[in-house]
Design a protein around this ligand. Structure first.
Ligand code: MET
Length: 243
């Protein structure tokens, strides 16, 4: 019997608003469940129980059918996010099915768990969480993940992304970048206004924070190879879900 994957939402086509493939037209598959509970998580419904009735246990085939129903021939890229999708072994079936159909696959995870199917991801974003999240990075695990990806020659498909809310987070980001200097490194403006409904207010705040993060980055020699990005989806659509 085909394995089931806990899915919270499938949507698109839209664009990827963050990280290494920002702007890429994509579909999203958001899995349920996380081993973290970040203080500022913008998808807390994946783990806090508030959307537990929306979780569907789906086979890879069912997910593919739903993607086709929504996206038709208007997509060639699928992003798997969460929650932490790296908790789900059964995603290997979905990833292989997507690849068999000529779809490129991106995945977002915090780097707290390894899965062998990481090797098949075209755009793998590993996003260790800074102190403001309230989480503690297990660097033994992260070192092992990065080492496996390095050894297998997948490193061109991998990036590190650190969300920055304050000076402490920036110091953490510097440390992560220095620890893995050969991996493309992205700094992302944190959104601590995840309940703000007024898009104009949110945009102004996020752009002010972007300016702050750019200023810090340009002043810091350890960040000479870093890329600074906003969350494009938050600027365009605010805190709306399913975009
Ligand atoms: N948990 C994954 C990450 O940290 C993906 C979703 S975060 C809302 O990057």
């Amino acid at each position: 019997m085909a394995s089931k994957i806990p899915v919270l939402e499938i949507f698109g086509p839209t664009i990827q608003g963050e990280g290494m493939v920002i702007g890429q037209k994509t579909m999203f598959v958001r899995t349920a469940g996380c081993d973290y509970s970040c203080r500022w998580c913008d998808s807390a419904f994946t783990w806090d129980g508030s959307a537990k009735d929306e979780i569907k246990q789906m086979t890879a085939e069912e997910i593919w059918e739903r993607l086709l129903e929504l996206g038709g021939d208007r997509f060639s890229h699928v992003t798997i996010s969460g929650g932490n999708p790296a908790l789900i072994k059964a995603l290997d079936e979905l990833i292989l099915l997507l690849k068999d159909n000529g779809i490129r696959v991106a995945l977002e995870t915090q780097g707290s768990r390894w899965q062998d199917w990481f090797y098949h991801i075209d755009d793998l974003t590993i996003s260790p969480k800074p102190p403001s999240s309230g989480m503690t990075t297990n660097f033994a695990v992260l070192d092992e993940i990065i080492e496996k990806l390095m050894k297998s020659g997948c490193i061109d498909h991998v990036s590190l992304k650190v969300v920055v809310f304050d000076d402490g987070d920036f110091e953490y980001a510097k440390m992560v970048h220095q620890r893995y200097p050969y991996i493309s490194f992205y700094l992302q403006v944190g959104n601590d206004e995840v309940t703000e409904c007024d898009n104009a207010t949110l945009r102004t705040k996020l752009l002010d924070k972007l300016e702050w993060l750019i200023e810090k980055t340009v002043e810091t020699k350890e960040m000479n190879d870093a890329r600074v990005l906003p969350q494009l989806h938050a600027l365009v659509w605010g805190n709306k879900r399913g975009v």
